[in-house]
Design a protein around this ligand. Sequence first.
Ligand SMILES: [Zn+2]
Length: 566
Amino acid sequence: MSEHVKKTFATEPPNQDYLRAIPMGGLNEVGMNCCILECNGSMILIDCGLTFPESSGFGVDVIFPDLSYVLDNLDILDAVILTHGHEDHIGALPFFLREVDVPVYGGSLTLAMLRKKLEEQTLNLDEVTLHEVDPGDRLQIESFVVEFVHVNHSIPNAMAVAIETPLGRVLFTGDWKLDHTPVEEEPTDLQRLAEFGQEGLLALFGDSTNSGSKGYSTSEADVKRGLANVLENATGRVIVAQFSSNLHRVQGLLELAAEFDRVVALQGRSMMSNFGIARALGFIKVPKDVTLIDVKQINDFPDDELLLLSTGSQAEPRAALTRIAYGAHRISLKSTDTVVLSARVIPGNEVGIHNMINQMTKRGARVITQRDAPIHTTGHAKQEELKLMINLTSPEYLVPVHGSYAMRRQHADIGEALGVEHTLVIEDGDVLEFTENDAKVVDRVHVGRIFVDGRHSGNGDIEDIQLRDRRKLAHSGLLVAHAVLDLNTGHLTSPPELLQRGVLSHNVDELLEEASLYASKAVENLSSELRSNPGEVTETIRVALRRFFNRRIDKKPVVVPIVHTL
Ligand SMILES: [Zn+2]
């Protein structure tokens, strides 16, 4: 996998003013956004995000950009600048800050979300320098003057970053969209963006996520209207599942709870935590006449007076909403319930979500998705918004970022059609150098992905996946569990067959048999509905086997469960 030659240093900088942009992630993948900006011997990092594996396996929870190039040049690193609080923009930072002492600049909500992550990773907050900034703030960092510009996105407190350099000004949009009628915030600061255009913009590093989508993104106000319609017609409980960081959505729903006389219960760890943070900072305002109740109290209220805001929109195994759907939760669904999935489907989760909807519908609940009603919108600019950004800022160079090659190519095509003279579709690791006369890729630095497990364990072990797996395999061995799930009977046809390499050296047959029965029992302990979900069964087998060997022989082998269905 890492057969390629690892190269650390970019070529020597030219003997004149120069500016270099080196994306370390976020190109050729969705997520893991991180870009270096280097100017006359000073370096800043814009965002430091993570991404998630496309399918679960081998216990890998998250993926970080390999920042060895930055680590090798720490003497010139002066700041990390954050655009907003999404995981794919701040998620790798707690691990980076474990090794690196560098000031971090970001909005109050962004930093509060970062602080929570730092605490989860047991970092000493006193040793981390966080500087709060507001839209409109300008700060000098060595050769850079960094300015923050308010933009709309699916999380409050999102900001674009304009950076003045001796070579000219460059603009990183961050994740953004245009919303003329946002909920509880201002529209994107078009006026300031237009001023950049008038004053001359060297380069626009623009979000390409939705470059393939025609038209304009739907406003959050329209989503609120769509949700109002649902509440107006609902005769029983309403459960809205969404991403916990979409706090505009939460705000809109709180206002609707006031309008439709419903008490509000929050469900899900991240929902409660983000709500608390945003409320404390004033990004969420609970209307006076809305009562917040604990989810345990919901049976004390009439069904048509309840609104439950929940996580679990992606049918994550073991999430509360999934459990509710499969009848394995204290909240049991009724025929009068309405469940709204107010979120997009993340690729890879389609089957799980389909199964979850199926289970809910079986229980008589009405399930409303984005396909049925305008109850969700994207946080990213679509084609007409991208055009507006390009026209307003009229950049000399357009550098599409955030997204696959196809998305970035399409963004570049849009720019070319609007008359942008230079579009640069570059790759992670490319050293894009601006000088007085031109801009071109002059070199490449090492980039890569670091796979991390034990995300919530507080001691994220960071290693290359190959090394990590080798170490794990060497230390704890490999266990393959093969099981057949009969969907007609809802049972495994027999306890899983186990094959081990390097886990056990004595009592092998005995322990494998015991482990197999243990895993089988864990599956049997699931409700019959959960047992009909192969994803849930697979995960249950994996967790059970790891637990079994951890208890019996103090080892957590790499477990590969394979579940076939009949
Ligand atoms: Zn975002």
